[in-house]
Design a protein around this ligand. Structure first.
Ligand SMILES: [Zn+2]
Length: 205
């Protein structure tokens, strides 16, 4: 995008903790609010408070972001962690009780799964298939979703799900000699699937 006058404008917001002024600028942001330590939002508007030190990224459409992230996690080539299971379960809209019923287990076993660093082979596959199915059926059946949004989400689901079989064949215990998987999401990627456009962020680049 061509540089614009807005490039150098300081964006401010009111601190949700102490009420003083927060200044926003574009940076990479580790999005731990989603419950995972491995997600980095690239080039998002991050507001920081100089008084109390809190920071917050501007997320225009958390539901879209979480769906993009869920699709990335479904394609992961190493075993899911318990925290990734919990994230997928929540994006798919399952309570722990519902997920236990659907996966044919108990809530206490579910809780153990969610505290494991890596799921067992078959549990991993079961979790992915249940969550992929639920995400897809939500996209197909969600009432009131504009057609354009549904088309974009279906495109995303098509990319992830057509490769699901290959992913299932390839899942390894862990990647040898490589750092743990990190998920990076940039605004362009998000705007392809979001239900709101990210012009307010894009114009600042
Ligand atoms: Zn503050």
């Amino acid at each position: 995008m061509a540089p614009t006058k807005e490039m150098n404008e300081v964006v401010v917001s009111k601190c949700y903790e102490c009420g003083s002024t927060m200044e926003g600028k574009l940076e990479n942001y580790r999005y731990t609010e989603c419950g995972l330590s491995s997600v980095v939002l690239k080039n998002v508007l991050v507001f920081r408070c100089k008084e109390c030190g809190v920071s917050q990224a501007q997320i225009c459409d958390a539901a879209a972001l979480h769906r993009v992230l869920a699709c990335m996690i479904l394609m992961k080539e190493t075993r899911l962690s318990g925290l990734e299971l919990r994230f997928l379960r929540k994006v798919a809209g399952y309570s722990a009780t519902d997920f236990a019923v659907v996966s044919g287990t108990s809530k206490s076993v579910m809780s153990r799964w969610e505290h494991r660093p890596a799921l067992a082979k078959q549990t991993d596959r079961l979790v992915r298939l249940i969550c992929a199915h639920k995400l897809l059926s939500d996209i197909l059946c969600e009432a009131g979703m504009p057609d354009a949004d549904r088309d974009r989400l279906l495109e995303q689901a098509r990319e992830s799900l057509t490769n699901m079989e290959e992913t299932l064949k390839r899942i390894q215990a862990k990647k040898k000699g490589r750092r743990p998987v990190q998920y990076e999401i940039d605004p362009v990627m998000l705007s392809r699937y979001g239900t709101t456009d990210h012009a307010s962020v894009a114009v600042l680049q």
